[in-house]
Design a protein around this ligand. Structure first.
Ligand SMILES: Cc1ncc(COP(=O)(O)O)c(C=O)c1O
Length: 362
């Protein structure tokens, strides 16, 4: 029996154990099929059941209203940085971007190759330690859309509620907190997420897109970059990432088995709360990067009194059976990613380790 450790990595990240077990059990041959999911045609009945089942479970989980397409694409969230403006930003038009971290900046960079971008707000001056207050956001009522990043994986900040955008379509990069809590899809024009944090393995990107926006795509787009292609062909225009969709299907079932997004959201709140309480109760030894009100339940970022202690924390945490705690270089320190599949017992173990580390080093 292989021993699993507590994986705090930011992505690709921990997946639910029942999902891994089922995928492992059925990898040689899907029950009643005699072939692996890796070996069957994407046009077979068996795969139809997988992709349609995955879509149905996503619709159920997030209560997606009618009038939205659910697409399984490739190219990661990063390709969506380009596809969103290529499809939705008309020639001569402009788009609002709210900049809350490195990923938003990358989205801006790609949109600028297509058209005019208005940075409606940025918290870069505060090293992205918070998301903006509503009063700081300067939206352009004529914008084609407003783009924001729901959770900032690197900096450890997360929006508590969507920015108010009136009638302008709201576009979200939800890569690192999708389905970690309830979501009101009707507030969005388009939601996209690379799968490798809360949905499954890397290689598949989920896009939830409001039907009316399809009319915006210019006629001269390359076929594969046009949302219409994938909406019309139900993500089967070409060979889709079959294994990613299969694992996503298992993960969606697991999320429903957990009680759906309300229950998952409560559990995530509890896990992150335990860690933030430990940080806040450390008498300043552990310092959170994110400001209260912007703290992420998915990625908890913190600093220690010195870089030397941070290095020791990382190496000793490895010896204690944890992985992935080293922070991103733009923040430094420690980052603990607590995605849906990360267990409460792992947070409890980390908190004990932190107390013990502080006792020895403080
Ligand atoms: C918020 C966010 N957006 C976009 C990306 C890029 O995703 P991908 O690697 O799927 O292109 C990441 C990756 O970590 C992310 O965290």
């Amino acid at each position: 029996m292989t021993t699993r450790i507590f994986n705090f990595g930011a992505g690709p990240a921990v997946l639910p154990e029942p999902v891994l077990s089922e995928a492992q059990r059925d990898l040689m041959a899907l029950p009643g099929v005699g072939m692996s999911v890796l070996e069957i045609s994407h046009r077979s009945k068996v795969f139809d059941e997988i992709i349609q089942g995955c879509e149905a479970d996503i619709r159920k989980l997030a209560a997606i209203p009618s009038g939205y397409h659910v697409l399984f694409l490739q190219g990661g969230a990063s390709l969506q940085f380009s596809m969103v403006p290529m499809n939705l930003l008309p020639a001569g038009g402009k788009a609002d971007y709210i900049v809350t971290g490195s990923w938003s900046k990358k989205a801006v960079k790609e949109a600028q190759t297509v058209g005019s971008v208005n940075v409606a707000a940025t918290t870069e001056e505060d090293n992205f330690s918070r998301v903006p207050e509503p009063s700081e956001i300067r939206l352009d009522p004529e914008a084609a859309y407003v783009h924001f990043t729901t959770n900032n994986t690197i900096f450890g900040t997360e929006w508590r509620a969507e920015p108010a955008v009136g009638g302008v379509p709201l576009i979200a990069d939800a890569s690192s907190d999708i389905f970690s809590r309830p979501i009101d899809v009707s507030r969005y024009g388009l939601i996209y997420a690379g799968a490798q944090k809360n949905l499954g393995p890397s290689g598949v990107t989920l896009v939830i897109l409001r039907e009316d926006l399809l009319a915006r795509s210019p006629k001269n787009l390359p076929t594969m970059l046009d949302y219409n292609t994938h909406a019309k062909e139900k993500s089967l225009y070409n060979t889709p990432p079959v294994f990613g969709i299969y694992v996503m299907r298992l993960t969606m079932k697991w999320l429903l088995d957990q009680g759906g997004l309300d229950a998952v959201g409560r559990h995530n709140e509890k896990k992150a709360g335990l860690l933030y309480d430990a940080i806040d109760g450390s008498g300043g030894f552990y310092r959170p990067h994110a400001k209260p009100g912007s703290r992420s339940n998915m990625n908890v970022t913190l600093r220690l009194p010195s870089e030397e202690l941070e290095k020791r924390f990382v190496s000793e945490s490895k010896a204690a059976g944890f992985d992935g705690l080293k922070g991103h270089r733009s923040v430094g320190g420690i980052r603990a990613s607590l995605y849906n599949a990360f267990p409460l017992s792992g947070v409890e173990s980390l908190v004990s380790f932190m107390k013990e580390f502080q006792r020895r080093s403080g």
